[in-house]
Design a protein around this ligand. Sequence first.
Ligand code: NAD
Length: 356
Amino acid sequence: MAYKLGIIGYGGMAGGYHIGTVRREDIPFEPAAAFDIDPARLAEAEKAGLKAYSNLDDFLAHEGGYDLVLVATPNNYHCEMACRTMEAGFNVMSEKPVAISSDELQKMIDTSEKCGKLFTVHQNRRWDRDFVMIRQAIAEGAVGKPYMIESRIQSPNGNGDMYNWRGMKDHGGGMLLDWGVHLLDQLLWLIKEPVKSVSANVFPLWSEEVDDYSKVIITFESGLVAQMEVVTYSPIALPRWMVYGDRGAMTMQDAGDAKIKVRRIKKDENVVIDVPAYVDHRMITRKQKRHFIEEFEEFEAPETVPNNDWGSVYKNLAGVLAGTEELIVKPAEVMRTFRVIEAAFKSAEEGVTVRF
Ligand code: NAD
C-alpha cells in the first residue's frame, strides 16, 4: 500500500528531489496533490500527475486526504502551513529549517500534540554518507575519546546560493539557517550530551541582508567541543571533517570521495620513534617524541554505507505510520538544534558566549 503525500510549495526541492524519491519503487508513498501560489509551478505539478491547487483550503479538502503532507515553501511560511495542515487532520513533515524562530517551532510542536498528528522535519543529511562514516568511526573508537569535532562546508564561488528568498531576512534566508541547520543537526544528533555554551561569528560577506559566513562553537558538558563552519567564499578548502581524539585524529577532506584518514598515537613511553617531518618541531618536547604516531589507516565507504541514502527519511516515516518504527527525526531534537542556532545569532550579535 502506498501512503498518500500532499505537497505545499511545489518548488525546486519538492518538484525535483521529493517527487523523484517518493516515486522510487522502494518508497511506499505516492504524491497525490500540491498547493502553490505560482501558476507555473502548479502547471509542473499537473504535468507530474498531481492534482494542483492554488488555494490552501481546497488543497486541505482534497478528496481522500493525505497520510503525510510535506511543507516545502520558503522558510517563513513553514509554521503557518504546518499548523493549518495539522489542524485539518494531517501529519506533517516540514522542510528544514523547520521555522524561523523557536517560538514558531514551539507552536508547531504544540499544534501537533493538540491535534494528535505526527510532526517531523526533513533532516535528510543525517543519512549523508560522509556523516554516517564519521559517526561510525567515532563509535568504533577510531581516535579514542573525541575532544574536538570540526564540520565545515565551503564554496569557492561567492554567494551564488543566496538568490531569491534565500537572500531575504524576513523569509528566513541566510546560510546559518540554510546549510548550518544541517551541520548542527548532524553534530547534535551525534553528541547527545547537554550543551554548556555556544559562541559564534555570523555575518554577511557578499550578501546584503543575511549571513553568508558562520562559525559556531558548541561546548558540551563533558568539555567536548564541536565546531561548525559555513564558508560561502573560499577558493581554498579545509577538510569537510576533522576529529581530534585522545588516541589520534581523523579527517575527511571531501564529502564526495568519502575517504577517512586516521593517525593514531603511540602510547608506549619506552619506544622512541622519529617525529614525522610534517610535525612542527617547535611544539614538541623531547619526552613527547617518545609516543608519537603509531599507525596510519585510510578507509573508504564500505558497501554497507550507501551514498546519501535520503530515501530513508520516507522509509522511516512509512514505518512510523505502520506502527512498526520509531520516528528518527524527533521534534525535541529539532528544538535543541534551533536553540543552538538562536544562541549562535545572539552570540554573534552581542559578542558574548551564550551559556545554557
Ligand atoms: P523554491 O523557491 O524553489 O520553492 C518554493 C516554492 O514555494 C515555490 O514554488 C513557491 O512558489 C512556493 N511558495 C512560496 N510561497 C508560498 C506560499 N505562501 N504558499 C504556497 N507556496 C508558496 O525553494 P526550494 O529550494 O524548493 O526550497 C523550499 C524549502 O525546501 C525551503 O525550506 C528549503 O530550505 C528546503 N530545502 C531543503 C533541502 C534539503 O536538503 N533538505 C534542499 C533544498 C531546499
